[in-house]
Design a protein around this ligand. Structure first.
Ligand SMILES: Nc1ncnc2c1ncn2[C@@H]1O[C@H](COP(=O)(O)OP(=O)(O)OP(=O)(O)O)[C@@H](O)[C@H]1O
Length: 247
């Protein structure tokens, strides 16, 4: 467990700005984004292509640093941590359900779930790892490696990792993007269950149905929040997205 202030939001971004500079010019990917993601909530981030969703997720997860502003996870300011400390902090306080790069192909599903604890030098509770795999329906596939699993099964291994480690926050990036509808719904129901069990889920998605599993949907445009919906259904979310994407 990481030290954290229970009263602090799971994730908070205050006036966060990120500008990408290249020879072609500057892109203001995030312009003063402020939001507190409360513990035990599931938030969807939506917005047109290029609106800053991935930038936001990367900054919130400490995979990139803001130009201005501050990111705190469970009360710990990420800018107070050096690179090594940040890497360690990330292992214990966050889980990632991304379409790529969150599982190691050389390790079994079991060992992928146990990996953050092993890297952190923490005792691995084998029964609890098996239980986490059981809860996502993968107990019989624990010895398989990611290349021997379907996309949905790989996402479930990532969710089992979040169940086992109980990190402060689970970041998901298009978790259903490559899945068929039924498998996608199963993955969303598992993310929903994490939030119902007091973990915090922040998910970037283009899919209104996925966002309908969230407590709140934030809409981004040009690096700023331009709207939000609470407990909205997929049709309402889709209508709001259509408005945003209208030229
Ligand atoms: N490394 C980079 N260098 C320069 N510009 C970048 C870089 N990464 C992102 N951008 C630009 O920043 C803006 C926001 O990008 P971001 O990837 O956060 O958007 P997004 O909402 O996630 O888009 P999508 O839905 O297409 O994935 C875009 O204009 C993008 O072109």
């Amino acid at each position: 467990m990481t030290t954290q202030t229970l009263a602090a939001p799971a994730v908070a971004l205050e006036s966060v700005t990120r500008t990408y500079r290249s020879r072609a010019g500057s892109v203001h990917a995030l312009r003063g984004f402020t939001h507190a993601f409360a513990r035990g909530t599931f938030t969807a981030i939506m917005g047109p292509s290029g609106s800053g969703k991935s930038t936001l997720l990367h900054l919130a997860a400490g995979l990139d640093r803001p130009d201005h502003g501050r990111v705190t996870i469970g009360g710990t300011a990420l800018d107070s941590l050096g690179e090594t400390a940040l890497t360690k902090f990330r292992r214990t306080s966050m889980a990632f359900v991304f379409q790529s790069y969150n599982l190691l192909d050389a390790l079994t599903a079991f060992d992928n779930v146990a990996l953050p604890a092993r890297l952190a030098g923490v005792h691995v509770d084998k029964a609890a790892v098996t239980d986490a795999l059981h809860r996502v329906g993968l107990r019989d596939l624990a010895r398989r490696r990611p290349p021997e699993l379907s996309g949905g099964q790989q996402q479930r291994v990532a969710i089992a990792r979040a169940l086992y480690g109980r990190p402060n926050v689970v970041f998901a990036d298009e978790p259903t993007g490559a899945l068929d509808r039924n498998t996608g719904r199963e993955v969303l129901a598992l993310l929903r269950a994490l939030a119902d069990d007091e973990q915090t889920v922040v998910m970037v998605t283009h899919d209104p149905l996925a966002a309908s599993y969230a407590d709140e949907t934030l809409f981004l445009a040009d690096g700023q929040v331009v709207g939000r919906l609470h407990h909205a259904d997929a049709a309402t979310i889709a209508a709001r997205m259509n408005d945003l994407e209208r030229p």
